[in-house]
Design a binder for this molecule. Structure first.
Ligand code: NAG
Length: 141
């Protein structure tokens, strides 16, 4: 199964050919002063955690969440468009995650297995994207 954001990018910019990699780099590392980010968070097993976002870009159209070091379908947790309370879920969705309206990710009843690097893609108008990461640390009591 193909990761939907990747196919959307290809579909929108088929003519860029070899320049695509350069183009993606400029899309994904925009020259913003206030850096969009996931607020790295620590928690104790059994807690409910919210991975908050800071400096969310204006006019954001949706959010796509991943865990793990690669942005591939296997690591896809879920995505939520701005106009809907319904979202798609992927292989890393365990039933405890929820993508909130402002883009943050709630994970209920965390365990040490939830400790990981998390990525969020903010989907912006004109097929632009802003991608950032943060860490969740989970301690045993
Ligand atoms: C939290 O998760 C543990 C297993 O990791 C489970 O035993 C427990 O029942 C869960 N608690 C709630 C409130 O879901």
């Amino acid at each position: 199964m193909e990761f939907p954001a990747a196919s959307a990018l290809r579909g929108n910019f088929p003519w860029l050919g070899l320049l695509l990699a350069d183009f993606l780099l400029t899309l994904w590392i925009p020259p913003t002063t206030a850096q969009f980010a996931i607020v790295s968070t620590s928690a104790v097993e059994g807690q409910d955690v919210i991975l908050h976002l800071r400096n969310t870009p204006p006019n954001v159209r949706g959010f796509i969440w991943f865990r793990g070091e690669e942005l591939n379908y296997h690591n896809f947790i879920g995505s939520r468009p701005w106009y809907s309370s319904e979202y798609l879920t992927g292989p890393q969705y365990s039933g405890r995650e929820e993508i909130n309206l402002e883009g943050s990710l709630t994970i209920r009843n965390v365990t040490v297995k939830d400790q990981d690097i998390y990525f969020v893609v903010a989907v912006l108008p004109n097929s632009q994207r802003d991608i950032e990461f943060g860490w969740l640390r989970v301690y045993r009591e």
